[in-house]
Design a protein around this ligand. Structure first.
Ligand SMILES: O=P(O)(O)OP(=O)(O)OP(=O)(O)OC[C@H]1O[C@@H](n2cnc3c(O)ncnc32)[C@H](O)[C@@H]1O
Ligand SMILES: [Mg+2]
Length: 224
């Protein structure tokens, strides 16, 4: 890990943070999240798509903090509900609702429904302070259960059944979920391009950090 290179995970969701940290562990970059900084203003997630909101969150954090930032916007798209809760997944049961409240509301909307097909979707945006961004996407198909099952994960995981493993996401370990989930798939693409992302981070670092990083790399080169 190069402590001069920083990537900020622009989220307040602890479940997401854990999954993203696990998937990017061992990369040559220090991963911070919003809790490592002082209070920063909330951003309104009023975009029409996951893409819009992911870019909004990443570019806002990058601009305000001066570091390259990675944001995830994701949600559950349910066929029988015409794609709801979709981009409104976080606010589906009101602003102060818990994960359990959101699962309960979804199950009550689905009562009596025979078509239980649903997909988790995720868009990851990685933005530099000047605003340019890279975008990655992942999707995972499954079914809505009749009742919550499992204690792992977060959000809608207890009501999302994944047929290939015959379990809900909340019955999987983080590792198992990351291998197949919407976020895992998007992050696997991020990982595949990580050398390019490191160049973006280096090119867009605050100038004092860039000098330190380049001299660190030179030292390494001289030791070879
Ligand atoms: O915006 P940030 O701060 O990243 O955190 P958030 O929880 O508000 O996240 P989103 O705006 O992307 O809303 C996503 C919603 O979909 C849910 N969700 C996303 N990914 C999920 C997953 O892997 N498992 C279960 N629920 C998930 C999550 O709990 C939220 O209610
Ligand atoms: Mg949100």
């Amino acid at each position: 890990m190069n402590p001069q290179r920083t990537l900020v995970i622009a989220t307040r969701n602890k479940g997401k943070t854990k999954e993203i940290r696990d998937l990017l562990a061992g990369r040559n970059v220090e991963i911070k999240n919003l809790d490592d900084f002082g209070p920063i203003p909330e951003i309104e997630e009023d975009g029409a798509t996951f893409d819009d909101n992911a870019y909004k969150k990443a570019s806002f954090a990058a601009r305000i903090l001066g570091f390259t930032a990675l944001a995830d916007d994701s949600g559950l798209v349910v066929e029988a509900l015409d794609g709801a809760p979709g981009v409104h997944s976080a606010r589906y049961a009101g602003p102060d609702a818990t994960d359990a409240d959101r699962c309960e509301k979804l199950l009550s909307e689905m009562a009596g429904q025979t078509n239980r097909k649903a997909a988790f979707e995720c868009v990851i945006s990685i933005a530099v302070p000047m605003g340019a961004a890279l975008t990655y996407e992942g999707r995972c198909q499954g079914e809505i259960t009749e009742k919550p099952m499992g204690d792992n994960g977060f959000g809608y995981d207890p009501v999302f059944y994944y047929p290939p493993l015959k379990k809900t996401f909340a019955q999987l370990t983080t590792e198992e979920k990351n291998r197949v989930s919407h976020r895992g798939k998007a992050l696997q693409e991020v990982a595949a391009e990580f050398d390019k992302i490191l160049i973006w981070i280096d090119q867009n670092m605050p100038i004092f950090e860039k000098t330190a990083c380049l001299s660190h790399d030179d030292d390494t080169a001289n030791n070879d």
